[in-house]
Design a binder for this molecule. Structure first.
Ligand SMILES: Cc1cc2nc3c(=O)[nH]c(=O)nc-3n(C[C@H](O)[C@H](O)[C@H](O)COP(=O)(O)O)c2cc1C
Length: 351
């Protein structure tokens, strides 16, 4: 099978997985309006290409991530449990990221130990889900700092268990042997899931003060939150609705991106995720002010099909589409992008 785009990987991933695992990956909360809207939102924008002032052969995709110049505006977001999708699990995610020259954001709900993931070759950030045991959160931060993770990503949109109809219908349970490698026993609920501690601004500020590595908040949609995070000293936010998995009818991320960029200070990183499947999707987000894009399901499709090499192939397909689209609209670097290259359509359409 030839994999020309992310949809080809998705097609094969669906064939390879059990119905339960596929539904867990694809499904969302409630009627899955937000899952669908995350894709449909891209239909609301169109590019308005310009004749370039100078024809440049080389396309430059450099962006600033945590104040450092990086070649790719794509990171691999946290997804768990990866063993449900490929036996290589987190190792395949980290290897795929490293081969693609990008960052793996390792899920706090990984099966592999924080130290083990930290020892693998490649750049890594660690995502944190707070547990009911507050001391445990600080222990995780210590371990992440010691194990060489470059940043901490604190997820704030998934404290409460979501209602996902597909999983209910399938009576979904994690297969035995797939669990959480870094949580103390007292965090476990009777059904094997982890009980999380909702975090408010005081808790987040304490985490920021405690951490020796940059802290990013994942799961924000409100301008007030972005303004405060930027003022208090967080390094960035991930605009996210958790791939539509937590709150159905939550706003799409692309819809609020420009507004959220507008309320943050210069140099504050604004990442975005939700429904990114094509290079043009990534280009739209960059033009609307994103620092870079987190992939979710897109790289998991590659992982299902071919482990780490599938993951890196997904990134390289998207980078190829992105650079091609940059040529088509007449820009040779990300810094030349602006919202003026986009128009908002009056009507929406589906494909
Ligand atoms: C199966 C699955 C598991 C996920 N697990 C985590 C997780 O452990 N931590 C986290 O912060 N987000 C998690 N997410 C959310 C993703 O990081 C991301 O926000 C979302 O998938 C983006 O939407 P997309 O998949 O449409 O790109 C998960 C998403 C999926 C699909």
């Amino acid at each position: 099978m030839q994999y020309n785009n992310v949809w080809d990987y998705r097609h094969s991933a669906k064939e390879a997985l059990t119905k339960e695992a596929w539904d867990y990956l694809e499904g969302g909360a409630g009627d899955e309006h937000t899952v669908q809207h995350n894709r449909a939102i891209f239909n609301q924008y169109s590019f308005r290409p310009k004749i370039p002032s100078k024809i440049v052969d080389k396309i430059n995709t450099d962006v600033s991530i945590l104040g450092i110049k990086r070649e790719l505006p794509i990171l691999l977001g946290p997804v768990s449990p990866l063993q449900l999708f490929h036996s290589g699990g987190e190792r395949a995610q980290v290897q795929g990221a490293s081969d693609a020259n990008t960052v793996a954001v390792c899920s706090g709900h990984s099966l592999a130990k924080i130290e083990e993931m930290g020892s693998w070759n490649g750049r890594k950030w660690l995502q944190l889900y707070s547990t009911v045991d507050a001391a445990h959160n600080y222990e995780i931060i210590d371990r992440a700092c010691r194990a060489g993770y470059e940043a901490l990503v604190v997820t704030v949109d998934a404290f409460h268990k979501a209602i996902r109809d597909r999983d209910l219908k399938n009576s979904f349970k994690l297969p035995s042997g797939i669990g959480f490698g870094n949580y103390p026993v007292k965090s476990y609920r009777a059904d094997g899931s982890i009980e999380l501690l909702p975090l408010g601004w005081d808790d987040l500020t304490s985490i920021l003060e405690y951490s020796e590595i940059p802290v990013i908040i994942k799961g924000v949609l409100s301008p007030d939150d972005v303004k405060l995070a930027s003022e208090i000293g967080f390094s960035g936010v991930v605009i996210s609705n958790h791939g539509g998995r937590q709150l159905d009818r939550a706003s799409t991320t692309l819809d609020v991106l420009q507004e959220l960029r507008g309320v943050s200070r210069n140099g504050f990183d604004i990442y975005i995720d939700g429904g990114f499947m094509r290079g043009v999707d990534i280009l739209m987000a960059l033009a609307l002010g994103a620092s870079a894009v987190f992939l979710g399901r897109a790289y998991v499709y590659g992982l299902v099909v071919a482990g780490g090499s599938g993951v890196s192939d997904v990134v390289s397909i998207l980078m190829n589409e992105l650079t091609n689209a940059m040529r088509q609209i007449g820009v040779s670097s990300i810094s030349e992008l602006s919202s003026e290259l986009l128009i908002k359509n009056n009507c929406t359409f589906t494909i």
